[in-house]
Design a binder for this molecule. Structure first.
Ligand SMILES: O=C(NO)[C@H](O)[C@H](O)[C@H](O)CO
Ligand SMILES: [Mg+2]
Length: 370
Protein backbone atom coordinates (compact mmCIF):
# COMPACT_ATOMS: atom_id res chain seq x y z
CA UNK A 1 0.00 0.00 0.00
CA UNK A 2 1.38 3.44 -0.93
CA UNK A 3 0.14 6.96 -0.09
CA UNK A 4 -1.12 8.75 -3.18
CA UNK A 5 -2.92 11.90 -1.96
CA UNK A 6 -3.57 14.06 1.11
CA UNK A 7 -6.96 15.81 0.99
CA UNK A 8 -7.49 18.66 3.50
CA UNK A 9 -10.74 18.69 5.50
CA UNK A 10 -12.16 21.31 7.87
CA UNK A 11 -15.31 20.49 9.85
CA UNK A 12 -17.00 22.94 12.24
CA UNK A 13 -19.59 21.34 14.52
CA UNK A 14 -22.03 23.40 16.66
CA UNK A 15 -21.59 23.02 20.42
CA UNK A 16 -24.35 22.47 22.99
CA UNK A 17 -27.12 25.08 23.05
CA UNK A 18 -25.24 27.15 20.51
CA UNK A 19 -22.47 28.31 22.83
CA UNK A 20 -20.43 27.16 25.80
CA UNK A 21 -17.82 28.85 27.97
CA UNK A 22 -15.19 27.98 30.49
CA UNK A 23 -13.08 30.47 32.48
CA UNK A 24 -10.83 31.13 29.51
CA UNK A 25 -12.71 30.30 26.28
CA UNK A 26 -16.14 30.90 24.80
CA UNK A 27 -17.07 29.03 21.62
CA UNK A 28 -20.05 28.33 19.35
CA UNK A 29 -18.45 25.53 17.31
CA UNK A 30 -15.81 22.82 17.71
CA UNK A 31 -13.24 22.79 14.90
CA UNK A 32 -11.88 19.63 13.30
CA UNK A 33 -9.21 20.57 10.76
CA UNK A 34 -7.66 17.43 9.34
CA UNK A 35 -6.86 15.18 6.46
CA UNK A 36 -8.06 12.27 4.35
CA UNK A 37 -5.01 10.19 3.31
CA UNK A 38 -5.66 8.20 0.11
CA UNK A 39 -3.73 5.09 -0.94
CA UNK A 40 -3.12 3.23 -4.20
CA UNK A 41 -5.45 0.41 -3.17
CA UNK A 42 -8.39 2.74 -2.62
CA UNK A 43 -8.32 2.93 1.18
CA UNK A 44 -8.76 6.31 2.91
CA UNK A 45 -7.53 7.15 6.41
CA UNK A 46 -9.01 10.07 8.36
CA UNK A 47 -7.44 12.12 11.13
CA UNK A 48 -8.31 15.45 12.71
CA UNK A 49 -6.96 17.95 15.17
CA UNK A 50 -9.33 19.74 17.57
CA UNK A 51 -9.71 23.54 17.72
CA UNK A 52 -12.09 26.33 18.61
CA UNK A 53 -13.27 26.59 15.00
CA UNK A 54 -11.26 29.72 14.18
CA UNK A 55 -11.11 29.40 10.38
CA UNK A 56 -7.84 31.32 9.75
CA UNK A 57 -5.87 29.07 12.13
CA UNK A 58 -7.74 25.94 11.00
CA UNK A 59 -6.51 26.86 7.51
CA UNK A 60 -2.95 27.22 8.85
CA UNK A 61 -3.17 23.65 10.17
CA UNK A 62 -4.48 22.12 6.93
CA UNK A 63 -2.03 24.20 4.86
CA UNK A 64 0.79 22.79 6.99
CA UNK A 65 -0.54 19.32 6.19
CA UNK A 66 -0.83 19.88 2.44
CA UNK A 67 2.11 22.24 1.83
CA UNK A 68 4.74 21.00 4.30
CA UNK A 69 4.02 17.40 5.21
CA UNK A 70 2.36 16.16 1.97
CA UNK A 71 5.61 15.98 -0.07
CA UNK A 72 7.19 13.86 2.69
CA UNK A 73 4.38 11.29 2.58
CA UNK A 74 3.52 10.71 -1.11
CA UNK A 75 4.76 7.24 -2.14
CA UNK A 76 5.39 6.13 1.47
CA UNK A 77 3.95 2.97 3.08
CA UNK A 78 1.32 4.03 5.66
CA UNK A 79 2.04 0.91 7.72
CA UNK A 80 5.32 2.52 8.80
CA UNK A 81 3.50 4.92 11.13
CA UNK A 82 6.28 5.38 13.68
CA UNK A 83 9.02 5.82 11.05
CA UNK A 84 6.88 8.39 9.27
CA UNK A 85 6.19 10.17 12.58
CA UNK A 86 9.95 10.52 13.16
CA UNK A 87 10.54 11.60 9.56
CA UNK A 88 7.90 14.31 9.68
CA UNK A 89 8.61 15.52 13.23
CA UNK A 90 12.34 15.88 12.59
CA UNK A 91 12.11 17.45 9.14
CA UNK A 92 14.50 20.23 10.08
CA UNK A 93 12.90 23.14 8.24
CA UNK A 94 9.53 22.34 9.85
CA UNK A 95 11.07 21.54 13.27
CA UNK A 96 12.75 24.97 13.11
CA UNK A 97 9.39 26.74 13.10
CA UNK A 98 7.34 24.11 14.90
CA UNK A 99 8.20 21.41 17.48
CA UNK A 100 4.85 22.25 19.06
CA UNK A 101 1.95 24.53 18.07
CA UNK A 102 0.46 24.49 14.57
CA UNK A 103 2.93 21.99 13.06
CA UNK A 104 2.34 19.60 15.97
CA UNK A 105 -1.45 19.76 15.58
CA UNK A 106 -1.00 19.07 11.85
CA UNK A 107 1.28 16.10 12.51
CA UNK A 108 -1.23 14.76 15.02
CA UNK A 109 -4.01 14.70 12.42
CA UNK A 110 -1.74 12.89 9.97
CA UNK A 111 -0.67 10.34 12.59
CA UNK A 112 -4.31 9.51 13.43
CA UNK A 113 -5.08 9.08 9.71
CA UNK A 114 -2.10 6.72 9.29
CA UNK A 115 -3.24 4.57 12.23
CA UNK A 116 -6.74 4.62 10.69
CA UNK A 117 -5.31 3.25 7.44
CA UNK A 118 -3.39 0.53 9.29
CA UNK A 119 -6.56 -0.54 11.13
CA UNK A 120 -8.62 -0.61 7.93
CA UNK A 121 -5.99 -2.59 6.04
CA UNK A 122 -6.04 -5.23 8.82
CA UNK A 123 -9.80 -5.05 9.43
CA UNK A 124 -9.32 -4.17 13.11
CA UNK A 125 -10.67 -1.52 15.49
CA UNK A 126 -7.75 0.52 16.90
CA UNK A 127 -8.05 -0.92 20.42
CA UNK A 128 -7.57 -4.44 19.04
CA UNK A 129 -4.61 -3.41 16.86
CA UNK A 130 -3.01 -1.89 19.99
CA UNK A 131 -3.22 -5.20 21.83
CA UNK A 132 -6.82 -5.70 22.95
CA UNK A 133 -8.79 -4.65 26.03
CA UNK A 134 -6.70 -3.80 29.07
CA UNK A 135 -9.84 -3.44 31.20
CA UNK A 136 -13.37 -4.79 31.16
CA UNK A 137 -14.90 -1.37 30.50
CA UNK A 138 -14.10 2.36 30.50
CA UNK A 139 -16.29 4.66 32.58
CA UNK A 140 -17.47 8.01 31.13
CA UNK A 141 -17.68 11.26 33.04
CA UNK A 142 -19.75 14.00 31.44
CA UNK A 143 -18.42 17.54 30.93
CA UNK A 144 -21.28 18.82 28.77
CA UNK A 145 -23.54 19.94 31.59
CA UNK A 146 -21.02 21.95 33.58
CA UNK A 147 -20.28 25.01 31.47
CA UNK A 148 -19.50 28.31 33.14
CA UNK A 149 -22.09 30.23 31.06
CA UNK A 150 -24.88 27.95 32.35
CA UNK A 151 -26.95 29.53 35.13
CA UNK A 152 -26.69 27.75 38.48
CA UNK A 153 -30.19 26.38 37.88
CA UNK A 154 -29.25 25.06 34.41
CA UNK A 155 -26.03 23.62 35.82
CA UNK A 156 -27.90 21.70 38.54
CA UNK A 157 -30.64 20.61 36.15
CA UNK A 158 -28.15 19.26 33.55
CA UNK A 159 -26.05 17.42 36.15
CA UNK A 160 -29.17 15.87 37.74
CA UNK A 161 -30.43 14.75 34.32
CA UNK A 162 -27.09 13.15 33.47
CA UNK A 163 -27.06 11.19 36.71
CA UNK A 164 -30.74 10.34 37.14
CA UNK A 165 -31.72 9.78 33.48
CA UNK A 166 -28.49 9.00 31.59
CA UNK A 167 -26.68 6.85 34.13
CA UNK A 168 -23.51 8.88 34.65
CA UNK A 169 -21.87 8.52 38.05
CA UNK A 170 -19.38 11.33 37.47
CA UNK A 171 -19.75 14.86 36.09
CA UNK A 172 -17.36 17.80 35.63
CA UNK A 173 -18.22 21.43 36.32
CA UNK A 174 -16.30 24.55 35.38
CA UNK A 175 -14.85 26.93 37.99
CA UNK A 176 -12.59 29.93 37.53
CA UNK A 177 -15.38 32.46 37.08
CA UNK A 178 -15.00 36.11 38.13
CA UNK A 179 -16.11 35.29 41.67
CA UNK A 180 -14.49 32.46 43.59
CA UNK A 181 -17.39 32.51 46.07
CA UNK A 182 -19.86 32.07 43.21
CA UNK A 183 -17.76 29.11 42.00
CA UNK A 184 -18.14 27.54 45.44
CA UNK A 185 -21.89 28.29 45.61
CA UNK A 186 -22.38 26.55 42.23
CA UNK A 187 -20.32 23.59 43.36
CA UNK A 188 -22.28 23.37 46.63
CA UNK A 189 -25.60 23.40 44.72
CA UNK A 190 -24.44 20.56 42.46
CA UNK A 191 -23.11 18.50 45.38
CA UNK A 192 -26.40 18.98 47.29
CA UNK A 193 -28.45 18.00 44.23
CA UNK A 194 -26.38 14.91 43.38
CA UNK A 195 -25.74 13.57 46.89
CA UNK A 196 -22.45 12.25 48.31
CA UNK A 197 -21.85 9.26 46.01
CA UNK A 198 -21.66 10.91 42.59
CA UNK A 199 -18.13 11.97 41.68
CA UNK A 200 -17.65 15.65 40.79
CA UNK A 201 -14.60 16.99 38.96
CA UNK A 202 -13.80 20.69 38.68
CA UNK A 203 -11.95 22.52 35.89
CA UNK A 204 -10.51 26.08 36.09
CA UNK A 205 -8.97 26.10 32.55
CA UNK A 206 -5.82 27.81 33.79
CA UNK A 207 -7.55 30.95 35.15
CA UNK A 208 -6.31 31.19 38.76
CA UNK A 209 -3.09 32.76 40.00
CA UNK A 210 -1.14 30.51 42.37
CA UNK A 211 -2.46 32.25 45.54
CA UNK A 212 -6.02 32.03 44.19
CA UNK A 213 -5.51 28.36 43.38
CA UNK A 214 -4.21 27.70 46.90
CA UNK A 215 -7.05 29.65 48.53
CA UNK A 216 -9.92 28.27 46.40
CA UNK A 217 -8.33 24.87 45.83
CA UNK A 218 -8.16 24.31 49.60
CA UNK A 219 -11.97 24.75 49.84
CA UNK A 220 -12.75 22.14 47.16
CA UNK A 221 -12.14 19.34 49.66
CA UNK A 222 -15.30 20.48 51.50
CA UNK A 223 -17.28 19.19 48.50
CA UNK A 224 -15.22 16.02 48.02
CA UNK A 225 -14.25 16.74 44.40
CA UNK A 226 -12.16 14.18 42.51
CA UNK A 227 -9.73 16.72 41.05
CA UNK A 228 -9.10 20.36 40.19
CA UNK A 229 -8.17 20.53 36.49
CA UNK A 230 -5.81 23.13 35.07
CA UNK A 231 -5.95 25.29 38.22
CA UNK A 232 -3.23 27.72 37.13
CA UNK A 233 -1.06 28.66 34.11
CA UNK A 234 -0.93 25.81 31.58
CA UNK A 235 2.88 25.53 31.36
CA UNK A 236 3.76 26.31 35.00
CA UNK A 237 5.40 23.18 36.40
CA UNK A 238 6.73 24.84 39.57
CA UNK A 239 3.38 26.53 40.28
CA UNK A 240 1.48 23.26 40.04
CA UNK A 241 4.12 21.51 42.16
CA UNK A 242 3.72 24.16 44.88
CA UNK A 243 -0.07 23.85 44.64
CA UNK A 244 0.09 20.05 44.87
CA UNK A 245 2.07 20.50 48.11
CA UNK A 246 -0.47 23.02 49.46
CA UNK A 247 -3.90 21.46 48.88
CA UNK A 248 -5.37 17.98 49.35
CA UNK A 249 -7.46 17.93 46.15
CA UNK A 250 -5.57 16.10 43.36
CA UNK A 251 -4.49 18.05 40.27
CA UNK A 252 -5.46 17.06 36.70
CA UNK A 253 -3.88 18.60 33.58
CA UNK A 254 -2.61 17.90 30.10
CA UNK A 255 -5.07 19.15 27.49
CA UNK A 256 -2.82 22.13 26.76
CA UNK A 257 0.48 20.22 26.60
CA UNK A 258 1.95 19.54 23.15
CA UNK A 259 4.97 17.37 23.94
CA UNK A 260 5.74 14.14 25.80
CA UNK A 261 8.67 16.05 27.30
CA UNK A 262 6.27 18.55 28.89
CA UNK A 263 4.37 15.69 30.51
CA UNK A 264 7.71 14.26 31.69
CA UNK A 265 8.49 17.54 33.50
CA UNK A 266 5.07 17.73 35.24
CA UNK A 267 5.07 14.03 36.21
CA UNK A 268 8.69 14.04 37.41
CA UNK A 269 8.06 17.18 39.53
CA UNK A 270 4.99 15.65 41.22
CA UNK A 271 2.93 18.52 39.71
CA UNK A 272 0.08 16.35 38.38
CA UNK A 273 -1.97 13.40 39.67
CA UNK A 274 -4.48 12.75 36.85
CA UNK A 275 -2.66 12.91 33.51
CA UNK A 276 -4.80 14.14 30.60
CA UNK A 277 -2.96 13.69 27.28
CA UNK A 278 -4.92 14.54 24.13
CA UNK A 279 -4.03 13.03 20.75
CA UNK A 280 -5.11 16.25 19.03
CA UNK A 281 -2.64 18.43 20.98
CA UNK A 282 0.15 15.85 21.13
CA UNK A 283 1.23 14.62 17.69
CA UNK A 284 -1.38 11.90 17.56
CA UNK A 285 -1.70 8.36 18.83
CA UNK A 286 2.04 7.67 18.51
CA UNK A 287 3.02 10.36 21.03
CA UNK A 288 -0.06 9.82 23.21
CA UNK A 289 0.97 6.23 23.90
CA UNK A 290 4.40 7.39 25.10
CA UNK A 291 2.73 9.75 27.61
CA UNK A 292 0.31 7.07 28.82
CA UNK A 293 3.23 4.68 29.41
CA UNK A 294 5.14 7.42 31.28
CA UNK A 295 2.17 8.11 33.58
CA UNK A 296 1.57 4.39 34.11
CA UNK A 297 5.19 3.91 35.21
CA UNK A 298 4.51 6.53 37.94
CA UNK A 299 1.17 4.83 38.87
CA UNK A 300 -0.74 7.96 37.78
CA UNK A 301 -4.20 7.48 36.21
CA UNK A 302 -4.54 8.60 32.59
CA UNK A 303 -7.88 10.33 31.89
CA UNK A 304 -7.50 11.85 28.41
CA UNK A 305 -8.92 15.20 27.34
CA UNK A 306 -11.18 14.60 24.34
CA UNK A 307 -10.22 17.07 21.61
CA UNK A 308 -11.35 14.23 19.31
CA UNK A 309 -14.73 14.15 21.13
CA UNK A 310 -13.95 10.62 22.43
CA UNK A 311 -13.81 9.10 18.94
CA UNK A 312 -10.21 7.80 19.14
CA UNK A 313 -9.67 8.04 22.89
CA UNK A 314 -12.44 5.47 23.47
CA UNK A 315 -10.16 2.97 21.69
CA UNK A 316 -6.98 4.13 23.46
CA UNK A 317 -8.58 3.93 26.92
CA UNK A 318 -9.82 0.44 26.19
CA UNK A 319 -6.31 -0.66 25.21
CA UNK A 320 -4.06 1.11 27.72
CA UNK A 321 -3.83 -0.23 31.32
CA UNK A 322 -3.48 3.30 32.81
CA UNK A 323 -7.00 4.28 31.71
CA UNK A 324 -10.27 3.52 33.50
CA UNK A 325 -12.09 6.79 32.96
CA UNK A 326 -12.70 9.08 29.95
CA UNK A 327 -14.33 12.48 29.44
CA UNK A 328 -17.52 12.59 27.35
CA UNK A 329 -18.36 15.58 25.08
CA UNK A 330 -20.81 14.85 22.20
CA UNK A 331 -20.13 17.67 19.71
CA UNK A 332 -18.82 15.51 16.81
CA UNK A 333 -21.05 12.46 17.28
CA UNK A 334 -23.50 13.49 14.52
CA UNK A 335 -20.60 13.91 12.10
CA UNK A 336 -18.90 10.55 12.60
CA UNK A 337 -19.74 7.21 10.93
CA UNK A 338 -19.07 5.31 14.18
CA UNK A 339 -19.94 7.74 17.00
CA UNK A 340 -18.69 6.88 20.49
CA UNK A 341 -21.42 5.10 22.44
CA UNK A 342 -21.96 5.54 26.19
CA UNK A 343 -24.59 3.46 28.00
CA UNK A 344 -25.28 3.61 31.73
CA UNK A 345 -22.10 5.59 32.20
CA UNK A 346 -19.70 3.27 30.34
CA UNK A 347 -18.20 3.36 26.82
CA UNK A 348 -19.02 0.55 24.38
CA UNK A 349 -16.13 -1.05 22.52
CA UNK A 350 -16.52 -0.37 18.81
CA UNK A 351 -15.84 -3.35 16.52
CA UNK A 352 -15.70 -1.14 13.41
CA UNK A 353 -12.28 -1.37 11.68
CA UNK A 354 -10.50 1.97 12.01
CA UNK A 355 -9.31 4.60 14.51
CA UNK A 356 -12.76 6.18 14.91
CA UNK A 357 -12.66 9.52 13.09
CA UNK A 358 -14.24 8.70 9.71
CA UNK A 359 -16.83 11.38 8.92
CA UNK A 360 -20.25 10.59 7.46
CA UNK A 361 -20.93 11.26 3.76
CA UNK A 362 -23.19 14.10 4.95
CA UNK A 363 -20.36 15.66 6.98
CA UNK A 364 -17.98 15.42 4.03
CA UNK A 365 -20.46 17.38 1.92
CA UNK A 366 -20.11 20.34 4.29
CA UNK A 367 -16.33 20.56 4.06
CA UNK A 368 -14.68 23.57 2.47
CA UNK A 369 -18.06 25.28 2.44
CA UNK A 370 -17.30 26.97 5.73
O1 LIG B 1 -11.47 21.92 29.32
C1 LIG B 1 -12.20 21.17 28.69
N1 LIG B 1 -12.35 19.92 28.95
O2 LIG B 1 -11.64 19.38 30.01
C2 LIG B 1 -13.03 21.62 27.49
O3 LIG B 1 -12.61 20.84 26.39
C3 LIG B 1 -12.85 23.06 27.16
O4 LIG B 1 -13.52 23.77 28.15
C4 LIG B 1 -13.51 23.30 25.81
O5 LIG B 1 -12.60 22.88 24.83
C5 LIG B 1 -13.84 24.77 25.58
O6 LIG B 1 -12.64 25.47 25.67
MG1 LIG C 1 -10.30 20.87 30.79
Amino acid sequence: MRITKLEPIILHAPVTRGGIADSTHSITHWGAPGVAIHTDDGKVGYGFSGTHAHLPTDRLIVDCITESFDPLLIGEDPFEVRALWEKLYHKSEIYWVGRSGITHLALGAIDIALWDLKCKALGLPLWKLLGGSAQTKVEAYNTDGGWLNWSKEQLVSDCKRMVEEEGYRAVKIKVGGDSGNEDLRRLEAVREALGPEVRIMTDANGRWSLPQAIQLGSKLADFDVVWIEEPTAFDDVIGHKRLAESISTPIALGEQLYLAQQFRDFVHAGAVHYVQPDIVRLAGITEWWQVADLAHSYALPVVPHVGDMCQVHQHLCNAHPACQLLEYIPWLRDWMKDPAQVKDGFFFNSEVPGAGMEPTEEALKTINKI
